[in-house]
Ligand binder design. Structure first.
Ligand SMILES: Cc1cc2nc3c(=O)[nH]c(=O)nc-3n(C[C@H](O)[C@H](O)[C@H](O)COP(=O)(O)O)c2cc1C
Length: 248
């Protein structure tokens, strides 16, 4: 699997098989996390590996009771140790870099899990203080950033790509808001058409409505002209009536 295949094939997997993930794979995943970049190579990350059923249940209870937390074989809780930043980068390091670094570390771990054929999901929705309580973290400078759920994959439980906003809608050239036209021919095809389905349908209906109203206006002006000339013909049911019926 090359890096693009790995990036494109990774999904947030929330259903797992019953088998436990072997510890050597967990070690390999964390090792991939350690290779992430960090500001000034400060490496603020620390990890708590949770595999005990009772602890998982407690984590589940402080994380909106998301089922995949309970069902995962292993949780890796990624922590940011803000102390490592204090002297070097001040507030920007403590509040921003440590989050960016742990996020980069987490993405590395997600990709590694995928490359190892495992399913994993980034969980950010949890009550931070209660999670610290569950995990016995008393230090104010240790911040839980992510809970990574990891388990064996079940082939038919791997979700579809939920879609991405097309690159040309969010990428600018030189100044914000200026479109780089050259992106269009190069961006991946499936991104070109991505919009949540209901939005696509709403837009399609708006377009049809607009066409109908334009055609109706044309028809009305034609009718008034023929009326003026006194040569009115019987109305034919056609394409327009079909669309009117369809969008009613
Ligand atoms: C910061 C962050 C927080 C997230 N929190 C949760 C979460 O609490 N629960 C969950 O099931 N997925 C969570 N996710 C996963 C996203 O829902 C998922 O990445 C997104 O829907 C895109 O799907 P994909 O990862 O399959 O491409 C989170 C992802 C990120 C980056």
């Amino acid at each position: 699997m090359d890096v693009f295949e790995c990036i494109q094939g990774r999904r947030s997997v929330r259903a797992y098989g019953k088998e436990s993930v072997p510890v050597e794979k967990i070690v390999q995943i964390i090792d991939a996390g350690l290779d992430a970049p960090s500001a000034g190579n400060t490496q603020p990350w620390e990890f708590i590996i949770v595999s005990d059923k009772k602890v998982k249940e407690e984590v589940y209870n402080v994380s909106l009771q998301q089922e995949h937390i309970k069902k995962a074989s292993t949780l890796i809780v990624v922590l940011a140790n803000k102390k490592r930043f204090s002297s070097k980068y001040g507030d920007r390091g403590r509040e921003l870099y440590c989050i960016q670094d742990t996020a980069a570390c987490t993405e590395n771990m997600l990709l590694a899990a995928h490359a190892l054929g495992l399913g994993a999901c980034w969980v950010g929705a949890f009550d931070e203080l209660r999670l610290k309580g569950v995990l016995g973290i008393t230090d104010d400078d240790i911040k839980p950033v992510v809970i990574l759920t990891i388990g064996e994959t079940v082939p038919y439980e791997i979700p579809e790509n939920p879609g991405r906003i097309a690159m040309d809608k969010i990428t600018w050239a030189e100044r914000y808001g200026e479109k780089p036209k050259w992106i269009l021919p190069y961006q991946r095809k499936h991104r070109l058409s991505y919009e949540p389905l209901d939005q696509t349908l709403i837009k399609a209906k708006e377009k049809i409505d607009e066409k109908i109203s334009q055609a109706s206006e044309k028809e009305a002006s034609k009718a008034s002209e023929t009326e003026k000339k006194g040569t009115e013909k019987p109305k034919k049911k056609g394409f327009l009536d079909f669309f009117r019926k369809l969008t009613r």
